[in-house]
Design a protein around this ligand. Sequence first.
Ligand code: GLN
Length: 483
Amino acid sequence: MNNKTAHELHTLLTERKLSATELTEAAFARIEKVEDKVKAFVTLTKDEALKQARAADEQFKSGKNITPLTGIPIAVKDNMCTRGTLTTCSSKILANYLPPYDATVVTKLKAAGAVIIGKTNLDEFAMGSSTENSAFHPTRNPWDVKTVPGGSSGGSAAAVAASETILATGSDTGGSIRQPASFCGVVGLKPTYGRVSRYGLVAFASSLDQIGPLTKDVTDAAIMMNLLAGHDPKDSTSVDLPVPDYRQALVGDVKNVRIGVIKELMGAGIEPEVKDAIKAAVNKLAELGAKITEVSLPSFEYAVATYYLIAPAEASSNLARYDGVKFGLRTKGDKDLITMYSNTRQEGFGPEVKRRIMLGTYALSAGYYDAYYLKALKVRTVIKRDFEKAFKDCDVLLSPTAPTVAFKLGAKTADPLAMYLSDIATIPVNLAGLPALSLPCGFAGNLPIGLQVIGQAFKEDALFRVSFAYEQNTEWHKKTAAL
Ligand code: GLN
């Protein structure tokens, strides 16, 4: 039953062929069996989960307040606040942090009756593309445990791929939902900026961060978005627009949908096997009735550089709050306040986080602000305009999600720039605030390849339509990691 999707399990639960308690116990049995190899979790919340499962079973008994997520096990990325449950961001500086409140997405999941089974590993403060920057331990890719699961939501993606959970949440600042989804052969959606509340998501780069689902198939992603999307007065950047029923977009055809293939993301730097899989996916969509064109977005070449000014600049400001006073770690026994601050930060942050803080502080400092940060903001506008131009003739755009399949652990840790380039296809989307979904579209050897479908702002339904039609006409999503 661990291999099933939420919508399949929902049927079994409502028909009372399965109880939420049995399902939750099965999730923990699976975790017991494979977690040593995968290491997707930072914290497991078995007692609490079983309590939630029993409450769900009561609901099924009474037939009241049943939602598509009632009784479904879900894992939450450990940068989303859970009241009374550790929320570490996989950082030593927050290793003991117990939030006094739930993130809005967690509140919604609990209210819908979902069963939270634990908190998943990430690159420290979501900075990274392999989950190797976790201060606790790296997570491994269930398809080949010698390779990385991607990052930063590597724990969530691996937990879904290993069938340790049915659903998971991720956050995406420059690709952190989609790239791990691609590496682990699951579905991952980064919603439009403002579509899902960021309240209670520990801030990395606030103008880019979005929360979204990681699931086994497109239908489950639509189901999760039906719940997660919507305005939240607690997040001033969340947008007050009606939330459509995303399942209505799951019609299974793409007739006359205009699809643009991004030229810049089908050239140099993209592994041949990845390119071939994307070309085959494009052919499949053409066969299904889509109208295919090639589009050029010339500013993409500057996207990674732009992102590595804007994201660290925002991070350097957001992370100033970890000073040993209000949250988490405090290094003891110091003579004055400044020494306490600096010792706490020295001890509490890992090397990648320190690198980002230094890059960001530099980009924002007097004399460099105009040359770097302000310039980056201008390029961000140019990238947005390139997208707007492309969307005049297209409903969605396609590209590989990542330039490669999962790489070996340690392969890129000594070369930050090589690691940063994992996100060349995903970063432009965050800079423009657009929604994009990654879904499985093939394999290189035993390792999954992801197809990225990019849409216009608040048109997640177009992504669901195209992805669902592709999924229903291919078999990739049915393959599971052998472990
Ligand atoms: N890999 C990118 C980074 O390191 C994106 C991370 C993310 O989306 N959180 O910043």
